[in-house]
Design a protein. Structure first.
Length: 484
């Protein structure tokens, strides 16, 4: 434990939903739910307005729709969220060389290592300055927690939500933690929490009073000893600047089980393309290709193939995933597919794999390895009759300009034409194959945001919009094409 609250935890407020509200003026102050929209989809993020109806992350989307039927339901735009995250991480990097990202919207920062704080006053000043810089740069808000340890800094940021700063003075840890639920401690999930409840321990003070020996008896040496220390407020975990990625993967769950072998192969190839995009974006290559298949009966199969050297070549990954698929029985139907690459490295063996991508044959194959099977498009294959327009995604019309998909169906797509900082826009409906309508790029929330601070063009958060932002017309649920 440190003598000064120089560990900072930042958590952006309802990040995905807040970014959508900021980029879509008609959604200001309205309930917004971001996630998979199919029958098996789950909520990724819910705005604070949606949370008032009981909607929360990881909830099945069907349940969310029953709780908040009039919310706007949007498909995630991860490239857009990632671009905002990169801006935030640059701001954190200006505070300290020790920044530990936990996700796109969450990170720890060691302020002491950056020389920007060494006591309570300087730590609070650094936290407030960071919140102001994030608002100016991204147009969004984040909550900041400051404490002498990572555990307490994260607890403080939860207390600060939304759009606030909380500081836990060193020396007050046990008083603060004592009455709180055991679930607040790292490593205590539903199963461990229930195990402790059956033993009569529901609060952190119960753990401290039970003693280390009792917790070790209940949970084992490592977990019990660690939990006892945390119950006393002790957490010596350092802020780690780099977390080495062990793998890169993507997967999709399908609304209806897939039975057509050609369709399944096409989905595997599409996932391979997405996986390689992420692999290259991270600056890595990998040597083990992994295929994940969850079948109709919920049984999950994983198959892998290790290459002779690391690669980020699309052809190699795609063909390896295809070979792995050939060894899997998909007769009863497939509900989930995933493609991943592990054994990551920072270089590629282009001399070994260049020919494989161009010709479909792998040079220097190991004895007994299966030959690469070239991709063969099915005879008579044609493009789908309808283009798919995902609710919430960006479009551009040759006449009306930039907008976003509010919903689609029955051969029609409904678009609301508005931009960050504009008034709530008008809604128009087009045929899904309208030649003047095309996919668009996400517009920045802040003018000149790529260069740092700029002019805020949109509300800063759903919470702020609810307090003072001017609400636009009621936003539709995103899946009904003719909702105004």
């Amino acid at each position: 434990m440190r003598a000064a609250p120089t560990i900072l935890h930042l958590d952006m407020d309802a990040f995905f939903a807040a970014a959508e509200q900021a980029s879509k003026p008609s959604l200001r102050g309205k309930p917004v739910v971001v996630g998979g929209l199919g029958p098996r989809g789950v909520v990724a993020t819910a705005s604070y307005e949606a949370r008032r109806f009981g909607v929360h992350s990881a909830m099945p989307m069907g349940q969310a729709r029953r709780l908040a039927p009039n919310a706007a339901y949007l498909v995630p735009r991860f490239a857009f969220y990632r671009s905002i995250s990169e801006q935030v991480m640059r701001l954190l990097g200006s505070l300290s060389p020790l920044v530990e990202p936990l996700s796109l919207d969450e990170a720890f920062v060691d302020l002491e290592a950056g020389g920007v704080a060494d006591d309570t006053a300087s730590a609070r000043a650094a936290g407030e300055r960071l919140r102001a810089d994030i608002l100016a740069t991204t147009g969004l808000t984040g909550s900041v927690g400051l404490a002498g340890s990572k555990m307490l800094a994260k607890i403080a940021s939860e207390q600060a939500k939304p759009d606030g700063l909380a500081l836990i003075p060193p020396g007050t840890e046990r008083e603060l933690l004592g009455p709180k639920s055991v679930r607040i401690l790292p490593g205590v999930g539903p199963a461990t929490g229930e195990h402790l409840r059956r033993a009569g321990m529901t609060t952190v003070s119960d753990l401290a009073e039970a003693g280390e020996d009792e917790l070790v008896r209940l949970l084992g040496r490592a977990h019990g000893a660690s939990l006892y220390r945390m119950a006393l407020g002790h957490d010596d975990r350092p802020v780690v600047a780099e977390r080495d990625a062990k793998s890169v993967s993507v997967e999709d769950t399908f609304a209806v089980d897939l039975h057509d072998r050609v369709r399944i192969r096409a989905e595997v190839e599409r996932l391979a393309e997405r996986c390689v995009e992420r692999l290259r974006a991270s600056g890595h290559s990998g040597r083990t290709i992994v295929l994940k298949v969850r079948r109709f009966d919920f049984s999950t199969l994983t198959r892998s193939e290790t290459l002779r050297g690391p690669t980020d070549a699309l052809g190699v990954v795609r063909e390896a995933a295809g070979r792995l698929l050939e060894a899997v029985d998909t007769t009863g139907g497939v509900r989930l597919l995933g493609v991943g690459v592990s054994g990551l490295a920072d270089y590629t063996q282009e001399d070994l794999f260049a020919q494989a991508e161009l010709t479909g044959e792998r040079g220097g194959e190991e004895a007994g390895a299966a030959p690469v099977v070239p991709v063969v498009e099915p005879a008579g294959a044609v493009a789908p009759a309808e283009r798919y327009w995902a609710p919430g995604h960006d479009v551009r019309h040759a006449v009306h300009g930039a907008g976003w998909v509010q919903g689609s169906g029955l051969g029609r797509v409904t678009v609301r034409f508005e931009e960050p900082g504009s008034a709530p826009g008008r809604v128009r409906t087009f045929a899904v194959d309208d030649p003047e309508l095309e996919a668009g790029e996400a517009l920045p929330l802040v003018r000149g945001s790529g260069a740092g601070a700029g002019v805020v063009l949109a509300p800063v958060s759903s919470a702020a919009a609810g307090r003072g932002g001017a609400p636009g017309p009621a936003a539709g649920p995103g899946s009904h094409p003719h909702h105004p």
